[in-house]
Design a protein around this ligand. Structure first.
Ligand SMILES: C[S@@+](CC[C@H](N)C(=O)[O-])C[C@H]1O[C@@H](n2cnc3c(N)ncnc32)[C@H](O)[C@@H]1O
Length: 266
């Protein structure tokens, strides 16, 4: 179940249909608000434009908002499909969007000559890094790219053992929607199988159009337990500045769906 091919498929398949991705997450706004507020707060004085690097920027949901706020963002992603949608969005955007720089690269190995006030790894992107040495490596690279006093900010899921142990044979979250580009009526369902040894959750998303075969999209997510994540951050030379359980600044506790971390160099 946790072979390399499955992990690779689980890192790319969900991002091939980038317009569908944007459609599916169109209502996800709380994280964008959180990172915008954080960037505004970190400016000296508050509101001063920052150099921001987003690892796994995708279609630029967050990156474009940061550019609109006047920051100078650099977005890095390995998915050509996601970056194509980002480029299209930028070409339709305002002058401020011209400040956005895009780089197609692997976040596990990159080297930029610039340093940043804020490095962001948003919306579970770190969960596509499956092995502990690579996780420490990504956090270490993020730290190396920080300017003096800079922060690394990220969010990942807070593992919910009940949810992870759900029956993998059943289909969950049945939803009907109209595909944003084909216009076809599609039924969405999902399930997953969690591997407790590798801590990788192997998700399947099923798209059943009214006519034609069902499409199955694999998503792999490394689950990080809260104490474990702090250990990786420490091994990467980072220390915790703030930690939340949601994007409104609520505490991280048993009921939290997210872990939202703001880190700085030790
Ligand atoms: C859940 S999406 C998040 C996209 C964007 N940050 C957002 O909030 O909408 C994860 C992104 O990480 C990218 N990604 C995953 N593994 C990567 C890697 N090793 N190097 C670069 N990008 C990666 C994917 O292509 C995808 O665009």
């Amino acid at each position: 179940m946790s072979g390399g091919d499955d992990l690779e498929a689980g890192t790319v398949e969900h991002y091939r249909d980038a317009r569908l991705y944007d459609f599916e997450y169109r209502r996800r706004r709380a994280d964008v608000t959180f990172y915008r507020r954080l960037a505004r707060e970190l400016g000296r004085p508050p509101g001063k434009p920052l150099d921001v690097l987003e690892l796994g920027c995708g279609t630029g949901r967050l990156l474009c908002a940061l550019a609109s706020d006047g920051h100078r963002p650099v977005g890095l992603d390995r998915s050509a499909e996601m970056l194509a949608v980002l480029r299209a969005r930028l070409s339709r955007g305002t002058l401020r969007h011209r400040r956005v720089a895009i780089l197609r690269a692997d976040l596990r190995r990159f080297a930029l000559r610039r340093r940043f006030d804020l490095v962001i790894i948003a919306f579970n992107t770190l969960q596509h890094v499956y092995h502990r040495r690579e996780v420490v490596g990504v956090l270490g690279l993020s730290r190396e790219h920080l300017a003096a006093g800079g922060r690394v900010a990220l969010d990942v899921m807070n593992p919910d053992l009940g949810w992870l142990a759900r029956d993998p044979e059943r289909r969950w979250s049945r939803t009907k929607f109209r595909h944003p580009t084909t216009g076809a009526s599609v039924v969405y369902t999902t399930n997953h199988l969690y591997d407790r040894i590798s801590q990788v959750n192997h998700i399947r998303i099923y798209y059943q159009p009214e006519r034609g075969p069902e499409e199955v999209v694999r998503v792999a997510h490394r689950m990080f337990f809260p104490e474990e994540l702090l250990t990786y951050a420490e091994l990467a030379g980072l220390r915790l500045e703030r930690r939340y359980g949601d994007f409104s600044g609520g505490p991280l506790d048993d009921a939290s769906e997210q872990q939202v971390l703001v880190l700085r160099a030790r």
